[in-house]
Design a binder for this molecule. Sequence first.
Ligand code: GLC
Length: 544
Amino acid sequence: MSEQSMANVPATDDAQWWRSAVVYQVYPRSFSDLSGDGVGDLAGLIDKLGYLELLGVDAIWLSPIMRSPMADHGYDVSDPRAIDPLFGDLDTFDELIRQAHDRDIRVTMDLVPNHTSDQHPWFSGALGAAPGSPERERYIFADGRGDDGELPPNNWTSVFGGPAWTRIVEPDGRPGQWYLHLFAPEQPDLNWNNPEVLADLQTTMRFWLDRGIDGFRIDVAHGMAKPDGLPDLEHPAEVLLHSDDDPRFNNEAVHDIHRAIRSVMDEYPGTFNVGEVWVRSNEAFSRYVRPDELHLGFNFRLATAGFDADEIKEAITESLAATASVGAVPTWTLSNHDVPREVTRYQPTGEAADGRTPDDLLAIGTIRARAMIMVELALPGTVFIYNGAELGLPNVDLPDDALVDPVWENSGHTDRGRDGCRVPLPWEGTEPPFGFSSRSDTWLPIPADWAALTVESQLEDIYSMLSLYRQAIELRYARPEFSGDTVQWYGAPEGCLAFRRPGGLICALNASDRPVPLPPGQILLVSTPLEGGLLLPGAAAWLV
Ligand code: GLC
């Protein structure tokens, strides 16, 4: 039996509620549409707060709702201190905070500090100003290489595919400088060497914190700082992926930025930041969650591990180690708006899928996703649930003409992008749009075969994914056995894993292909009914 612990963790007090919280990610376009334009909105979210209370979550994280031309569905912000009219207005936002707080649900929101929209007044100003002007200095403009500057300043590619540089036409009509965009050309990177950029972010943070927001999810929190001299990439990077030594990300100066962000958060006790930190090494990760930087960092190991006991155990062990060294809190997430949904991710592929129908594969993916939410909720730390996971939604294979993620166009149609995990939620009824909207042509089409996955059909079914989530979240709160910040690993049959929390909770997962006996104890919850007292393949159990 080995033991891992989160060192120096003080006892949870109310200002640190987020240390063991369940946070529900709302992708606003896809949650609930009350205005009837086929896109979700804040009024729709307010309308469904009762549902979130029933689910039992502590907080929501709203993907961006600021004013945006929507080139990257809100991650291209043209006014960081306004609500986009597609989603509502500041009054609706204030009402959301008020009603959510009345229900004891905290509200956190995305902040996008790495880049702005190309429609942000700063960027229009930069285009209209001369090279080297203060307006240009807010972004990363550079002269091109080659005799006439016709080649980009370096070989960086965009995360969405294609070059990370776009050449502009100067105010005098001549081809001119290039600007950097790690994402779409409509998302120019800010120059974080310019103090104006930090000052503006701090103004934005206070703007929302003063309205009562409880925290932020920091987009591309390992981005922002760029290395001196902008050295070339040594290896070509794949679309949507990068390694730890990629010069585009994870540069040392980013930690100064996080300290400056944290200093604002510390003015507002009880709030927290969680950063999107796509770094693999534990040492590099831990630096982001030192006591004066981010409160929490997304660790994506579990979201990228397959349904395999060794991989899952390693993801857990490494995620705990990445926070323990600095006394930080681990986070757990199985999916989000950038990552394939777990029901799809856990489906067998290759030889293991041979001879199985798509329905069989979906059933297996669903069984495994049920088990994995139990594994996740059994762990110490903060759990993030992506909207629709609680309904067991799979990814959707959308037709080419429905795809709207900029990744599809920017990758030259080589990567289908992330639309498949962003399809609107089914609420009720028997046909699309399943109560999501009054309009049938929703921004992404909802599959007709989601009738059995609606909230309405799952609420009353005690065996549904939704009921499992509700029971598991409730037990996690109510039972003292979930206490303690450590995980002790048990011996388990091959292909399985089992761990124990100091409070006495035991979580067992059968990722093998045969039924296995359970560890001793009294059963608290199972993801799939036992057969002959045995834990079935793909199932998990909680025991005390
Ligand atoms: C983050 C977001 C993603 C967005 C990108 C650019 O990775 O999660 O959805 O496209 O940043 O802002």
